[in-house]
Write a new protein. Structure first.
Length: 268
């Protein structure tokens, strides 16, 4: 319980009974979870401010300890009452902001060595169990500042773009690498276009010999096609639909070899 030792040394003159030491340990657990003490008693006093220390007069009543706390983000205000019943301490904590109430009962002898009140290194025992009881019995039920330690869900941007073809690719900041997509030259890209109605992928159901996996040079129509178009016939960047095979060595089949169904039916 790091930080408790200097607090205990500061509060030692006021600690005369085992329950005093237990309240001191409980107080520090609330401090660790993002609360600060406002003062003692049910009502606010003048010039109160948040503090990690115990307020003056916190140990005045050995049967009922009353302390008020507020979270560092001002979202929660707790009223803690530690009531002694024989050898046990009943913690009753109410969040005045949400009106939620939490209760924990602790056996003082389970966590405090009454014969070692002068020695911090021996006065506390089962400290991990005490921390667990405070966290599970008070902090968690009241939904205090400890909730801010919850893990945030993974960003949807971490999902691979190719896993969802209906999803638009995310914008990439300057200097970052664009997401990988199937190469249109890959023979396995066949059918990819039919999976993406938004047109972000390539590869239809008909195998294009130009996309058979063999690289081919990109034709720039503005540079002219020998025997068909002179240089400059198509403005740079303009859309150009070739009207014939680009070169004598183009592999088949000819597009006219795939007529639509019923092409020869004169009644269609």
């Amino acid at each position: 319980m790091a930080g408790l030792e200097p607090l205990y040394a500061w509060a030692r003159p006021a600690i005369s009974r085992p329950q005093d030491a237990l309240v001191c340990g409980i107080h520090w657990e609330l401090i660790r979870h993002g609360y600060r003490c406002l003062g003692a008693g049910d009502q606010a006093g003048p010039d109160e401010r948040k503090s990690e220390l115990l307020p003056a007069g916190w140990e005045a009543n050995k049967e009922v300890y009353t302390l008020r706390y507020k979270s560092t983000n001002d979202a929660h205000e707790l009223l803690l009452k530690a009531i002694m019943v024989e050898d046990s301490m009943i913690l009753n904590v109410m969040d005045r902001s949400s009106q939620k109430v939490a209760d924990v009962t602790l056996a003082v002898a389970d966590y405090i060595n009454p014969e070692h009140l002068d020695d911090f290194h021996k006065v506390y025992k089962n400290t991990e169990e005490l921390r667990t009881r405070i966290t599970s019995g008070i902090i968690a039920p009241l939904g205090g500042p400890a909730g801010k330690a919850r893990k945030e869900p993974e960003s949807k941007e971490d999902v691979d773009w190719d896993e969802n073809p209906l999803r638009l690719p995310p914008r990439q900041p300057m200097g970052t690498r664009a997401p990988s997509r199937p190469s249109p030259m890959s023979p396995f890209a066949v059918g990819g276009e039919d999976l993406d109605p938004l047109g972000g992928r390539s590869g239809g159901m008909i195998v294009d010999p130009l996309h058979s996996g063999i690289p081919h040079p990109i034709i720039d129509p503005s540079s002219g096609i020998p025997g068909r178009l002179p240089p400059g016939a198509v403005p740079p960047g303009a859309r150009f639909d070739p009207f014939g095979p680009l070169g004598a060595g183009r592999p088949g089949p000819d597009p006219d070899h795939l007529p639509p169904p019923g092409y020869d039916d004169m009644f269609m």
